[in-house]
Design a protein around this ligand. Structure first.
Ligand SMILES: [Zn+2]
Length: 297
């Protein structure tokens, strides 16, 4: 089910989810190598029906981009998985044909309207719509956009260091979805320490899931939100921040970054925009002893 898109407001900025895919494929034990079956029962009341398929026990997730409209700019946070990409070793992303651009158009935005794309990181499901295959070539989808990402991500995913068996989901991604952006002169790098960008954004380093992963803070008129990126893949990790996903590449750093995001979120009551939670994909965390609780907004 496609959840009806709601538009959020932070000060004078609006945020709308542009959905690409709903996933119902990962078992908890696959997504979380530290999964404990004893966690199922006490959490079942909120897991089903929208966060877990009651029939299969699979976790329900989403892949989407966040459309951010400021008075001056039209911005995407990450770009999903893209159409026509060759991912033979990763069937979820292989040769997709989704109406992502039609959904963007339904929100009132054409590709040429996008003037910035801010990337949390450069994994397969976050850079895909950077490019489209036209006449056999990968060309930028958003011809007027500056694509902003951390230098560490480019250095690593553009190098042979990342082109190995451990990084199967990333094989070919840099070549078809990031390199054409760089070749077109549309790339802009953020230092590995993060920093302010435009008037309303701050890149916050949250490495671990990937080498130069960034969460992106948004501020307007005293209100603050955080695009978390892949510090979490499912609200189960709000309850169990000590569980890394199978896709987290640097384990210790991923744990620390997840805890930082949850603590910031709880302490400052931040509206969190996640890349992979189901339902609205946005919400709040509150402290519950050593753990946290999640509430969709
Ligand atoms: Zn992801």
């Amino acid at each position: 089910m496609i959840h009806p898109n709601r538009t959020y407001t932070i000060g004078d900025i609006t945020i709308t989810k542009i959905e690409e895919m709903r996933l119902n494929v990962a078992t908890p034990a696959f997504l979380y190598p530290s999964w404990e079956a004893a966690e199922l029962e006490p959490n079942l009341h909120w897991l089903t029906p929208s966060n877990m398929d009651a029939g299969t026990g699979n976790l329900i997730q989403s892949i989407h981009a966040w459309l951010v409209r400021t008075p001056e700019h039209t911005i995407l946070i990450d770009t999903g998985s893209g159409n026509d990409k060759e991912r033979p070793r990763n069937p979820i992303f292989h040769q997709l044909n989704t109406p992502f651009l039609q959904r963007l158009a339904a929100a009132g935005v054409l590709p040429e309207d996008v003037d910035y794309v801010l990337h949390t990181h450069l994994h397969v499901d976050h850079v895909g719509w950077n490019t489209q295959r036209i006449d056999g070539r990968w060309v930028p989808t958003f011809p007027n956009a500056r694509h902003v990402f951390s230098r560490a991500e480019e250095d690593y995913y553009g190098s042979p260091d990342s082109h190995n068996e451990v990084n199967v989901p990333s094989l070919g991604v840099f070549e078809d979805s990031v390199a054409p952006i760089i070749a077109a002169g549309q790339a802009e790098r953020i230092s590995n320490e993060g920093g302010d960008y435009l008037e309303n954004f701050t890149f916050r380093p949250t490495k671990g899931h990937s080498i130069g992963h960034m969460s992106i803070e948004l501020r307007s008129k005293g209100e603050v939100a955080l695009f978390t990126g892949d510090v979490m893949h499912h609200p189960l990790q709000v309850v169990r921040p000590d569980w890394n996903s199978v896709f987290c590449e640097w384990q210790e750093a991923a744990l620390a970054s997840r805890r930082w995001v949850l603590e910031q979120g709880a302490e400052h009551n931040l509206l969190l925009f996640t890349p992979h939670f189901a339902e609205t994909s946005a919400g709040y965390v509150t402290r519950q002893g050593d753990r946290f609780a999640w509430r969709y907004e």
